[in-house]
Design a protein around this ligand. Structure first.
Ligand code: PLP
Length: 384
């Protein structure tokens, strides 16, 4: 299996190993100095005022929704094409996700169609930087301002990207990140929220710690055992082991994004003459972080062809993937919220046509050539 090419994979080197092992002998394995150091480094890397580390990207979304005070009766707009956790975070707090259709060229939330979905109960928009391409945050900020909504960026794909030269992490009221192994940097499991509002950051630091204001290191420093729980929270803390890995990984982000962009450019060029499939569109204002390289089948029977392509890749030792089933089609959402086919037609059509090809910084040029050759071979058989 050693020459099997997955669709995504972490890069972990000796520096990372040393950073983690070093923490094992320290005083604090969790809620210690490594978490503070990772938060400061992350805030600085993206140019945010505050960064709050949490246990995973789903916890980051949950903390964001909680910090905005969203609850029963409140509606939050989310794109139909995303990982389910984006919408789930609204449900965790008792709110209602309202699924918005996507732009057919980018699969990003279609800002032009959003106004029609805004009602009296709408409180926020969670925009998703699908595949690593930042959304149009100028249009989203304008829309949110006009309707008094909070803007959240689910930036789990787009760390290292930018919109009109402004870094992801500074483009919305709250921006959330995931450090799952396939994401731009990894801590195995981990997440972060950035914001320019210290009160929101403080609320999220309590939320990740059972709703308690102080951590045990702080209490030790103050020489007190006393604490009170101010509101209901969770244990969403990131450990110092994970934080040390994150800080070590963060130092390499720039080079990794460049490698992702150059692989994407090689794919763009290699597939430019294919009729059966085409990559998603990159907007000129976007600095695309290329978490995913997604192609769309342009054939008559896309579902059959998608299976042919995925099987053809697999037979050649290459994994493709599908990101994502539209969230409103999951059984849970159909049952709980009565959603189903027809709600977001652009997303539903795109879903039948999309395949994610392997893209990660550790791919060799030979790996890229193998993927190119395999896609071209299989594409020649499609739609016949
Ligand atoms: C990965 C991801 C999440 C969830 O992150 P976890 O760390 O896996 O909990 C949320 N939203 C999007 C868009 C993601 O890709």
């Amino acid at each position: 299996m050693s020459d099997f090419i997955p669709y995504g994979r972490q890069s972990v080197d000796e520096d990372d190993v040393r950073a983690v092992v070093g923490v094992l002998g320290a005083d604090y394995l969790t809620t210690g100095p490594e978490v503070d150091a990772f938060e400061r480094a992350f805030a600085q890397a993206v140019g945010a005022v505050e960064a709050v580390a949490v246990a995973n990207g789903t916890a980051a979304l949950h903390a964001a929704v909680n910090a905005l005070g969203i609850g029963p009766g409140d509606e939050v707009l989310v794109p139909a094409i995303t990982f389910a956790a984006t919408a789930n975070a609204v449900v965790f707090e008792g709110g209602t996700p309202v699924f918005a259709d996507v732009d057919p060229d980018t699969l990003l939330i279609d800002v032009g169609k959003l106004a029609a979905a805004i009602g009296d109960r709408t409180r926020a928009v969670i925009a998703v930087d699908y595949a690593g391409q930042p959304c149009d945050y100028d249009a989203l900020t304008e829309l949110a301002g006009r309707h008094g909504l909070s803007l959240v960026a689910d930036a789990c794909h787009s760390l290292g990207g930018a919109w009109r030269g402004r870094a992801v992490g500074t483009l919305a009221r709250l921006s959330t990140f995931s450090f799952h192994p396939v994401k731009p940097i990894t801590t195995a499991e981990g997440g972060m929220i950035t914001t320019s509002e210290p009160e929101l950051a403080a609320a999220m630091r309590r939320f990740r710690n059972h709703g308690i204001r102080t951590g045990h290191a702080e209490r030790a420093a103050l020489g007190t055992w006393f604490y009170e729980m101010e509101e209901l929270g969770f244990n969403y803390r990131l450990s110092d082991l994970h934080a040390a890995l994150g800080r070590s990984q963060l130092a390499k982000l720039g080079g990794w994004i460049e490698r992702r962009q150059s692989i994407a450019a090689a794919y763009d060029e290699a597939f430019a003459d294919l009729g059966a499939l085409a990559p998603l569109v990159r907007r000129p204002e976007a600095d695309h972080a290329y978490h995913l390289y997604v192609v769309r089948l342009r054939t008559e029977r896309p579902e059959e062809d998608r299976e042919t392509l995925l099987q053809g890749l697999r037979a050649r030792g290459i994994a493709g993937n599908v990101h994502y089933i539209p969230v409103h089609l999951h059984p849970f959402y159909r049952r709980r919220f009565g959603t189903g086919p027809g709600l977001c037609p652009v997303a539903e059509d795109a879903y039948r046509r999309i395949v994610s090809l392997p893209l990660f910084p550790a791919m060799s040029d030979g790996d890229v050539e193998r993927v190119v050759a395999a896609v071209r071979e299989v594409a020649a058989e499609l739609g016949r």
